[in-house]
Each structure stands twice: as structure tokens, then as C-alpha cells.
Design a protein around this ligand. Structure first.
Ligand code: AMP
Length: 588
């Protein structure tokens, strides 16, 4: 079974965790059956802590002890006011608490422990914010394998990685606390962010605020006089009404007994709500236009528009984005689950649980070099997650050889000639007896799919490096399929060719050695033993021209066995001769 890697959307207002199971990405629901969890933490007195929906429920009565939107603070300088909101806690620690709860949910659902994760961050996050997010993951007990851009995750969730090279995708992400527009371009099978514009102080929370303020006005309450606790209750109801108006034309804002005997209720229409929020929608569109002009692109050159974030459920928001990019948006995924789903897909690709997406982050075919006998020697097997590294030590096949030509190969076949050659690199070394040169070969593929082949003569430390752009990772689906199906079709013939070549190489080595041993060690052999060796050697010589792989392999094995005790005797004798000499040397 593949190791489990989870995908996590650590969002400003909501977070979610998922895993690829039986080839399908799915988000993991908590005990209440909810797949998204509020990014909220309640810190009670005496160290009590609650996370998610339970923390949010405390907001009504104990709002000051509930921390939300911690993502706004992670990895940044904090002001005194920020510290107050965070109750003097480190945003990394608060985020870790949220991640720990997601980990608990995943482990409870899956019934096993999970240790590795992919976590998403906004495309505009700087290094400090990315590192802080990674640290939060580690603090929660995860090994964070990748910090993935949210728009890339969204595009993966919509399956847009299957678009042609150079396709462009606009990801309009309007969540609870932030707005981002990212323009992505598919390059060599991987999305690159080509422009991003956002507003870290613009989100669904602002829309709740608009509704709450309008309702306070209607109730004749001065906003400045409202306590923080009371405001939290008005905001809670405002959010409920806002969400309801995405589906219904009318909804009643209602707060019975919000203070003593005072109650308030007022019916709102969708039209009214949408007219109030126009300035906020206009700000998102301004970001879109800025990103387009940064990228030097016209709206018409975008190939797909993807909407993510809960606030894109508002019909007026969706209409504005579609008008800006002059196309209908793909809304086939839940807008508030798309990022977590994309993170999960990425995690699935990395764990090997989603084999179909081979182009993205794994080697589609095996990589190796040609070795003696024209065989393929695999260093990085197919479907290895990149980045990756592998190495092996090789030696000279002939005495006096002064260089080794390494052919870098890609493919699944046993014989070098049936695989594809990606490049060659030659490494020189001082002439030496056969088998004594030491040439280290290392393959390294970075996250961009660039393969670097390093060959080093261990004795002199001399290096040769060959770089192969993308060819190692960027292979068309059809060629991969053909190579794999050929390797299956010819598996039998290929394997027998390998067995034969290996046996022949062994025979080439063994036969002259046996002849020499028979001369040196004749005195230790019984007639019977001598005959067994001669018979075995003759058998090897007979079978060699026949090209029968298994017969040759068996003959070589028999010869090896027949000479076992003779070889041991010769070695023993050599040691005896060497040791007294050494003894004398030491004495002297
Ligand atoms: P996100 O951060 O992507 O999870 O988005 C959360 C934001 O989306 C919050 O401000 C929610 O109030 C808002 N939201 C969720 N569902 C809806 C809806 N049906 N209509 C309007 N806003 C929504």
C-alpha cells in the first residue's frame, strides 16, 4: 500500500483535510459529518482549548477568547493590537492547534496515523509566511512535503492540469478573509503562477460587517456604542442571512432578546444586499484588471475561469467575475472545498495513490544508464516522486581503460537499445586493472523536472555533469503507455535476454579464472573434483553459442559451485603466504 499523504487547506475562515482513497480524492468529515472546519480556536481558562465548530459556538458567549483568521498574522510582524486579538499567542502555535485537530479527524476517519502532508498557502505568501506555515505543520506532528499555491490546488481540483501547454487559467478566490486573483499558465505539465493580485483585507467577513451595520442602523443602534460581544452576535446573524440570500430571494434577519428584552428582526431582499456590497465586488474586479495588465493579457486570452472561496456563491459576485473574464465560470466543484481537494490530489500524486496524473510530479518512466552487455541499469524507477536522487558505483570493464561513456536512458525495457537515450556524458580516469576504477554516478531530478547526471571518478574527485531539461518528466501519455505496454508484451523475451547477457558476462569471467585455478591448485583436487570442474566448464562452453538463457545460467551456476572449494583453498593458501610476511614486517 502507498504511504498516506494528506492534503490540507489551512484557510483564513475554514480549513479542510483530505486523502486519496482507492484512486479518488476525498475530504474527511468530522464526527458531525462536516468536511470543512472553521479555522477558530477557543482558549478557555486553565488551559482548556477547543477547535473548529466547537470553538465558534463559544463566540456567542465568550467571543473574546475565540481566535479566528489567524492566517492573516502568520509569518508577519505583529502590532500591539494584533497581539491583543491573538491573546498574546504565537500565530504558528494557533495554526498548529488547527492542524492538530485536522490530523485528529483524519486519523479518526482513516483508523491509522498520518504523518505526511501537503499544505496550501496563497500565491502571494512570502518566504516568511510559507516557512511559518510549514513550521505550524511540523509543530502539529506533520512532515510537510510541499507548500502548494492555493490557485494551483484549485486548478488541480478542476482537472485543469489536463489542459494543453501554454493554457491559461484565472483563479478568482473570494474567501472569508481575503481576495486573490491568480493567473496561471500550464508549462511543461506544471502550473506556473504568472501574475497574482489580491487584497488581504477583503473577504466575506466584510460583507457580514456591511449587513450587520445596516441592521444596527435600522434598529437605531449606534455602531460605536455596541460592545464587542454584542457585535459578534450581530455579525453571526448577518453571515447566516448573507449565505441564505445566495439561495433565496428574501431572508429575515432576526435577533430575539439580543440584549435584555430587546429583540430585532427585519426582512432583507437579495437585491438590497447585492447593492450594498457593490463597492466590495468592484474592488475584486480592480484586482483582476491589475493582474491582467501585469501579465500583459486580455481577458479573452484566458482559457478557463475557476471560482473558489465561499463568497463566490453570491450570484452577483459570480456574475461580476464572469463579466470581467468574458466567459462562464466552471463551478462544478464546491467553491469552499476546491483548494483542499486540489491539495489532496497533489498529495495523492506524491504518494503514488493517483497514478493517472503521472505528468505532474513523478517520473513517468524509469531512468538509468547502459551497463556492460548493453543492459539497462535503472537508477530511478518509474513513478518515483520528484524531487528525487539516486546513485550507484560502477567500475571499469577492461584493464587499461581510460574513460567511461555513460548513456543516460529512459524506459522500461531490459535492453539499452529498446529504451530512449536522453544524453551521454564521458568521464575520464587513470588506467587501472579491470574492476579497480571507481566511478560514482548520481541522478538528481529537481522539482522542476530537470535531471542532472553527475559522474565522478572517486580517485581523482573529477566530476562531469550533464543536465537534461524536462525530458525525464515531460513525456506524452501515449509514449508512456506504449513503453509500458511494450515492456509487458516483451517481458518474457526481455527477461530472458537479460538472464542470458548476465550469464554470458559471468561465463566470460569465470572460464579463464577456472583454467588458471586448475593449474595453480591441481594438487588439492581429487580426480572426482577435477572431473566435475572440467565437465561443468565444457558444459558452459557448449551452451554459450546456443543462446539458451536459462541453460547457460544453470551451467554457470554449476561451474561456480564445482569450483567453490578449489577457490577457497587458493585464497587460503594465498593468505598463508601473505600473513607470515606481514608478521615478519611487523616484527622488524
Ligand atoms: P472560505 O474562506 O473560502 O471558506 O469562504 C468562507 C466565506 O464564504 C465566509 O465569509 C462565508 O460566509 C462565505 N460563504 C460561505 N457560503 C456562502 C454562501 N452560500 N453565500 C455567500 N457567502 C458564503
Amino acid at each position: 500500500m502507498n504511504e498516506t499523504i494528506v492534503g490540507i487547506d489551512l484557510g483564513t475562515t475554514y480549513s479542510a483535510i483530505g486523502v486519496v482513497d482507492s484512486g479518488f480524492p476525498m475530504l474527511l468529515a468530522d464526527e458531525e459529518g462536516k468536511r470543512i472546519m472553521p479555522s477558530a480556536v477557543w482558549y478557555g481558562v486553565e488551559g482548556a482549548v477547543e477547535v473548529g465548530r466547537k470553538a465558534l459556538r463559544r463566540r456567542e458567549l465568550d467571543g473574546l477568547r475565540v481566535v479566528t483568521s489567524v492566517k492573516r498574522y502568520i509569518g508577519r510582524e505583529l502590532s500591539a493590537e494584533d497581539r491583543e486579538v491573538l491573546q498574546d499567542r504565537d500565530p504558528v502555535e494557533i495554526s498548529a492547534t488547527i492542524l492538530r485537530e485536522l490530523k485528529r479527524i483524519a486519523e479518526w476517519r482513516l483508523g491509522r496515523s498520518v504523518g505526511k502532508a501537503v499544505i496550501t498557502v496563497p500565491a502571494y505568501f512570502h518566504d516568511g509566511q510559507r516557512n511559518a506555515t510549514k513550521r505550524a505543520g511540523e509543530l502539529a506532528g506533520f512532515e510537510v512535503l510541499r507548500v502548494l499555491n492555493e490557485p494551483t490546488a484549485a486548478a488541480l481540483a478542476y482537472g485543469l492540469d489536463k489542459l494543453a501547454d501554454k493554457s491559461r487559467v484565472a483563479v478568482y478566490d473570494f474567501g472569508g478573509g481575503t481576495f486573490d486573483l491568480s493567473l496561471l499558465e500550464m508549462q511543461d505539465g506544471v502550473f506556473q503562477v504568472i501574475a497574482t493580485h489580491g487584497d488581504t483585507r477583503l473577504g466575506g467577513d466584510d460583507l457580514d460587517h456591511v449587513v450587520a451595520v445596516k441592521m444596527l442602523e435600522k434598529a437605531g443602534i449606534d455602531e460605536m456604542q455596541v460592545s464587542r460581544e454584542l457585535m459578534i452576535r450581530w455579525l453571526g446573524e448577518a453571515e447566516r442571512v448573507k449565505c441564505a440570500l445566495s439561495a433565496n430571494e428574501r431572508e429575515c434577519f432576526s435577533l430575539p432578546f439580543y440584549e435584555g428584552h430587546s429583540s430585532f428582526s427585519h426582512e432583507l431582499s437579495r437585491g438590497e444586499f447585492e447593492s450594498w456590497i457593490q463597492p466590495w465586488i468592484a474592488r475584486t474586479i480592480a484586482c483582476c484588471n491589475k493582474a491582467l495588465s501585469d501579465a500583459g493579457m486580455l481577458p479573452s486570452s484566458v482559457d478557463a475561469l475557476v471560482l473558489v472561496g465561499g463568497s463566490t456563491r453570491i450570484p452577483a459576485v459570480r456574475a461580476a467575475a464572469e463579466a470581467c473574464f468574458q466567459r462562464t465560470a466552471d463551478v462544478s466543484q464546491h467553491p469552499d472545498e476546491a483548494i483542499a481537494l486540489g491539495a489532496t490530489i497533489q498529495a495523492g500524486v506524491m504518494s503514488g495513490a493517483m497514478k493517472k496524473l503521472v505528468l505532474l510530479d513523478v517520473t513517468p518512466l524509469s531512468l538509468g544508464i547502459e551497463t556492460l552487455g548493453c543492459l539497462m541499469n535503472v537508477l530511478i524507477p518509474r513513478n518515483t516522486t520528484i524531487p528525487c536522487k539516486a546513485g550507484e558505483m560502477f567500475t571499469n570493464a577492461a584493464t587499461g581503460q581510460t574513460a567511461m561513456m555513460l548513456r543516460v536512458l529512459q524506459g522500461e525495457r531490459e535492453l539499452a537499445c529498446d529504451n530512449w537515450e536522453l544524453g551521454r556524458v564521458e568521464i575520464a580516469f587513470a588506467p587501472m586493472p579491470k574492476g579497480q576504477a571507481r566511478i560514482g554516478v548520481q541522478f538528481r531530478i529537481d522539482e522542476n523536472g530537470i535531471l542532472e547526471v553527475l559522474a565522478r571518478d572517486v580517485k581523482s574527485g573529477r566530476d562531469r555533469i550533464l543536465q537534461i531539461q524536462h525530458a525525464a518528466v515531460n513525456v506524452s501519455d501515449e509514449s508512456v503507455e506504449k513503453m509500458v505496454s511494450d515492456s509487458v508484451e516483451f517481458a518474457f523475451a526481455d527477461m530472458s535476454e537479460r538472464v542470458w547477457t548476465e550469464a554470458r558476462l559471468k561465463a566470460d569471467e569465470l572460464l579463464p579464472a577456472v583454467d588458471a585455478a586448475l593449474e595453480v591448485g591441481a594438487q588439492w583436487l581429487s580426480e572426482e573434483e577435477r572431473e566435475r570442474i572440467l565437465r561443468a566448464a565444457t558444459r558452459v562452453r557448449e551452451v554459450m553459442p546456443s543462446k539458451q538463457a536459462n541453460a547457460l545460467k544453470e551451467a554457470v551456476q554449476e561451474l561456480d559451485k564445482a569450483t567453490e572449494s578449489l577457490a577457497a583453498k587458493i585464497v587460503e593458501q594465498a593468505m598463508e603466504q601473505a600473513l607470515p610476511g606481514e608478521w615478519e614486517n611487523r616484527q622488524g
